[in-house]
Ligand binder design. Structure first.
Ligand SMILES: Nc1ncnc2c1ncn2[C@@H]1O[C@H](COP(=O)(O)OP(=O)(O)OP(=O)(O)O)[C@@H](O)[C@H]1O
Length: 198
């Protein structure tokens, strides 16, 4: 499940949107679980307890015995690609963020539900986060402020730096980049050494 919260949602009738993504069944699940999720329409699913659980459920009166219908902002079925989920859920929010809006997106679900796949995705089929970053970086190209006299404060504010402060900031940036290079070189040599002794 994917939830997004947006402040100042002028065009949206709801500030909170809840999307459901139904992932394909794994080999172990197919057979026993196949009829427990039915996508009834673009925003509705019907859930039935799997046959294997029904005998347990009959003895536990607190659990639902019959099918239940749930409605979401939108439901994405097992065939939905990463691109389709991104375009249909988060793309518009990224556009709003680029115009100064704020939003929060998070996934929610039991273990193995597909949260990591949806958010990060494998390298060859990236998920929501890399796709959002790619849109953001591609959109700010050419709009970057070239000078180093502003420093971000918290998430919306900034302060203007004096020439002395700019020199201090530049020197700590150089030190940080040098340290990163050294760490990368050191880890590269450790990896190469491990390769050699294997
Ligand atoms: N839409 C999908 N299409 C194909 N495979 C998927 C999809 N969603 C999830 N999977 C596969 O299902 C398995 C579980 O997914 P994932 O690891 O994303 O679950 P998770 O919700 O992050 O689990 P956990 O909470 O335990 O970390 C993985 O093998 C993943 O590749």
């Amino acid at each position: 499940m994917l939830l997004s919260l947006q402040d100042d949602a002028q065009e949206q009738s709801e500030n909170l949107q809840v999307y459901l993504r139904v992932r394909p069944f794994t080999a172990a699940e197919s057979g026993s679980g196949e009829d427990c999720v039915t996508i009834e329409g673009p925003d509705t699913v019907i859930l039935k307890p799997p046959r294997s659980c029904q005998s347990n459920r009959q003895s536990d009166k607190s659990l639902p015995q019959t099918a239940q219908r749930f409605t979401f902002t939108q439901v994405f079925g097992p065939e939905a690609s990463q691109r389709k989920v991104f375009e249909g859920s988060v793309r518009g929010l990224v556009r709003d963020v680029l115009q100064g809006g704020n939003c929060l997106v998070f996934t929610y679900g039991v273990t193995n539900a597909g949260k990591t796949f949806t958010f990060l995705g494998p390298d060859h089929d990236s998920g929501l986060l890399p796709r959002s970053l790619s849109v953001i970086f591609n959109s700010i190209e050419g709009r970057l402020y070239g000078r180093c006299d502003l420093k971000p404060q918290r998430c919306r504010d900034f302060s203007r730096l004096t020439p002395d402060q700019q020199a201090t900031e530049s020197s700590s940036k150089r030190n940080l980049l040098r340290m990163l290079k050294e760490v990368r070189r050191a880890t590269g040599s450790v990896a190469a050494w491990c390769e050699r002794v294997r």
